[in-house]
Design a protein around this ligand. Structure first.
Ligand SMILES: Cc1cc2nc3c(=O)[nH]c(=O)nc-3n(C[C@H](O)[C@H](O)[C@H](O)COP(=O)(O)OP(=O)(O)OC[C@H]3O[C@@H](n4cnc5c(N)ncnc54)[C@H](O)[C@@H]3O)c2cc1C
Length: 305
């Protein structure tokens, strides 16, 4: 834990090329064609994808509109290339911090474009200051008759079970994850066991409400519990989701065992901010990264001998 935190704190001082090396496995590349190549490979191994255009802190309405435009480009490419993929969007990339209406307009344009192409849009969930607005965006899109859109709920938030109950009548498509952002204890559970318990409780409630669930975790215990719950649910609609570069072999095994597996594929020129934010927001990830990087260096050395 201490080492993890130290690594997380030191990251901004680490030269970009080094951060790039560490973050490389988590990101498809800087260009859309990089994401296309990764998604094609995933599809060939029986896995689906959801593409994320990297970028969260947009500074102007024009920039936010450019992101919406980039997503329309991604959707057109997905269709043209016949990829089995949807997209994941962050409200702040579409301008949420600049204004609710700006974001709503951009998001609706993306979701309508996707609907015309028979594709699905997942609205990522960011830090807790955005939760209410993000849920409102989702409700308004559903109210406008758009069904090709889903939400994310974070098991670490104390409010999540209430959100499940409040949303249940809409039978939403929900990606359930633990939650990545640094939140105060009043807002989020801190203990790992509590977060796992909350994840299981939320999943049970979602399955009971006959919602479509995307189980987004690499935690083996949770994968096992989730599959047990799914096996006992009446006509469950579910898939398993993982991040690019994390437990890929496990994803392949789960797909081979007949589960629907989707991989989150981020790409873009803003890889640095994304990588840094991720690593800093959840210091434990720094630990995984460090272990992985040391492992890779050792393997390279062994190969060189
Ligand atoms: C598809 C997908 C979409 C997501 N979308 C959101 C979102 O919209 N909002 C949000 O707040 N969070 C999101 N997350 C992140 C999520 O909240 C967690 O922070 C993240 O998945 C790590 O939690 P875990 O459940 O995998 O469990 P952990 O206990 O963190 O990890 C379990 C195991 O997985 C491996 N592992 C996990 N992460 C890494 C890593 N980076 N590198 C190497 N190994 C690793 C390790 O072996 C670890 O022991 C998403 C996650 C996924 C999989």
């Amino acid at each position: 834990m201490i080492l993890d935190r130290a690594i997380a704190r030191l990251l901004p001082a680490v030269p970009r090329p080094v951060v790039r090396l560490v973050a490389d496995r988590y990101i498809a590349g800087t260009e859309l064609e990089d994401a296309v190549a990764v998604v094609r490979e995933l599809n060939e191994s029986g896995r689906l994808a959801t593409i994320d255009v990297l970028g969260e802190e947009v500074r102007s309405a024009d920039e936010a509109r450019a992101f919406a435009e980039a997503y329309r480009g991604v959707l057109a490419t997905i269709e043209r290339e016949g990829l089995r993929s949807g997209v994941s969007v962050k409200p702040t990339a579409l301008g949420l911090a600049l204004g609710y209406e700006l974001c709503r307009e951009n998001l609706e344009a993306v979701v309508r474009d996707a609907a015309g192409r028979g594709r699905f849009v997942r609205i990522d969930m960011e830090d807790s200051s955005t939760t209410d607005d993000t849920l409102r965006l989702y409700r308004e899109l559903r109210g406008a008759g758009l069904d090709n859109v889903g939400i994310v709920l974070q098991a670490y938030l104390r409010r999540t079970l209430d959100d499940v109950r409040a949303l249940a009548e809409l039978r939403p498509s929900v990606r359930l994850c633990k939650g990545i952002y640094a939140e105060p204890p009043e807002v989020a559970l801190e203990d790992d066991a509590d977060v796992r318990r909350s994840f299981v409780a939320a999943l049970e409630a979602l399955l009971d409400a006959r919602c479509e669930v995307a189980i987004a975790t690499h935690d083996e215990w949770l994968i096992g519990e989730s599959l047990r719950l799914v096996a006992h649910a009446r006509s469950p609609a579910y898939e398993l989701q993982m991040l690019l570069g994390v437990r890929a072999q496990r994803g392949i095994e789960l797909a081979a065992a007949g589960h629907r597996v989707r991989v989150y594929v981020p790409y873009g020129r803003r890889w640095y901010q994304y990588s840094l934010r991720r690593l800093q927001e959840n210091p434990r990830i720094a630990g995984y990264v460090a272990a992985d990087t040391v492992g890779r260096v050792l393997r390279l050395r062994a190969r060189a001998r």
